[in-house]
Write a protein that binds this ligand. Structure first.
Ligand code: MEV
Length: 445
């Protein structure tokens, strides 16, 4: 077990993620309940309410030209059961419906036994681009023959990672056709396969890729240009699945068969058509990105990896599929998840530390299993709505709240105006203003 995993292992789990009526509580009551369940300190509870956000001192050292900090609502995804474990899921996101949808679908799945998930070890790829090497076969053989020397050079650059059980494990050499055509020099790319343990690994990988470059030039007689990690982290995949008896899908007067049929048709659509697959995958990332943001992950890297992986067959395809098997709706997802529980903003961002304290995962593998499951839950919620009533019905009710606020409603007025807006079916700021004028008893206002 890695050093970090030892520190993080066997976290005290949330007793349950099933919290009926959580949404009916006030924000203060929710934090109080969460604080009690997770035995959070007074300071941690305060942090939820932004009383202790990212200190300017820290913010101004994290990036350049800092002029302030930026916040998002953080909601709690509920009901998530993965491999028999309960997870409360912190989600930082501006889009209404995301947290509700993920919690709703997670409830459906938990009633059918929960998600089953697994994740690969933290193997990442560092790329080294070699040019002017002469004969590609000779250069490839020279690099492969020096495998041990190259790996030893890479590992000498990060002895602490090697001590923790990680480091450069293997190498591959790829010869790719020149993009200009047969007259161009084929590309010779060395891949270092590096086990990053509990880290996302970008710094480690780039250090190793840069560190072996002089040796690579010496061995091939060539010239190295790029030395950088690949975000197509296809050695670091996570997979999740769920099986829901069709009968459990019935709702709103629709049979379970009808709902399942809508979901399966949506899956077929995404498999056949990249235009649909892009939106299907966006729905999956609606679940994954908010958790990644709340927990301080490099979400651009996760996005890049997911979409590149979706294209691996040469056509952009969905990251998940839904099929009917023995009267059960079966969902499966697979995607790369380069996550870290050490490094990055994790130590310095109090909000990130708090989100991880709520999520309580013991290793990056467990973290990846949870994220893949959240992505699949989010996808299920979207497809269930799209394949039946459409998403606007549910969305409009949520959207109406932000429209009411944009029109100036505050406090109890927000829900009152939003309710009326949703009922009129015209969720527009002008309409909200009109309703507020009527409610104030002063239509001339
Ligand atoms: C909206 O943010 C996400 C959806 O478009 C996803 C999908 O179409 O599957 C509803």
């Amino acid at each position: 077990m890695s050093h970090a995993a030892k520190n993080l292992s066997a976290p005290q789990r949330a007793p349950t993620s099933r919290l009926p009526d959580f949404r009916k509580l006030s924000v203060e009551e929710r934090v109080e309940l969460l604080g009690q369940m997770l035995e959070l300190s007074e300071g941690e509870r305060l942090r939820f309410q932004g009383a202790e956000g990212l200190p300017m001192e820290v913010a101004s050292r994290l990036i350049e030209n800092v002029v302030g900090t930026f916040s998002l609502p953080m909601g709690l995804g509920l009901n998530l059961l993965v491999n028999g474990r309960e997870y409360l899921v912190p989600m930082a996101v501006e889009e209404p419906s995301v947290v509700a949808a993920s919690s709703f679908a997670a409830k459906l799945v938990r009633e059918a036994g929960g998600f089953t998930a697994e994740a690969d070890p933290s193997l990442m790829i560092g790329q080294v681009q070699v040019t002017e090497y002469g004969d590609p076969e000779w250069a490839t053989a020279a690099l492969l023959a020096a495998r041990e020397e190259i790996l030893a050079r890479a590992n000498s650059l990060h002895p602490a990672m090697v001590q923790r059980g990680g480091g450069a494990r293997d190498l591959e050499v790829r010869v790719l056709p020149a993009p200009e055509g047969p007259d161009g020099e084929p590309l010779l790319i060395l891949h270092l396969l590096i086990d990053c343990q509990e880290a996302m690994g970008a710094n480690l990988i780039n250090t190793m890729a840069e560190g072996v470059a002089p040796l690579v030039e010496e061995l091939t007689g060539g010239r190295v240009f790029l030395r950088i990690l690949s975000n197509l982290a296809d050695r670091r995949l996570a997979r999740a699945s769920c099986r829901i008896p069709v009968s459990q899908l019935a709702f709103n007067g629709r049979t379970g068969e009808a709902i399942a049929e809508g979901i399966v048709q949506a899956s077929r659509f995404a498999q056949a058509d990249p235009y649909r697959a892009a939106t299907h995958n966006k729905g999956i990332m609606n679940g994954i990105d908010p958790v990644a943001i709340a927990t301080g992950q490099d979400w651009r890297a996760i996005e890049a990896g997911a979409h590149a992986f979706a294209c691996r067959s040469g056509q952009y395809r969905p990251l998940s599929t839904w099929t009917l098997e023995d009267e059960q709706l079966v969902g499966r997802i697979e995607l790369p998840l380069a996550l870290g529980l050490v490094g990055g903003p994790i130590k310095v961002h109090p909000g990130v530390r708090l989100a991880l304290e709520v999520l309580r995962v013991g290793s990056v593998q467990e973290f990846a299993q949870v994220l893949a499951s959240v992505g699949l839950a989010q996808n299920l919620a979207a497809l269930r709505a799209l394949g039946s009533d459409g998403i606007q019905k549910g969305h409009l009710a949520m959207h109406a709240r932000s429209v009411a606020m944009a029109a100036g409603a505050r406090g109890a007025q927000v829900d009152e105006v939003a309710g009326l807006l949703a009922r009129t079916g015209s969720v527009k700021v002008e309409q909200a203003r009109e309703l507020m004028r009527l409610l104030s008893g002063n239509p001339q206002e």
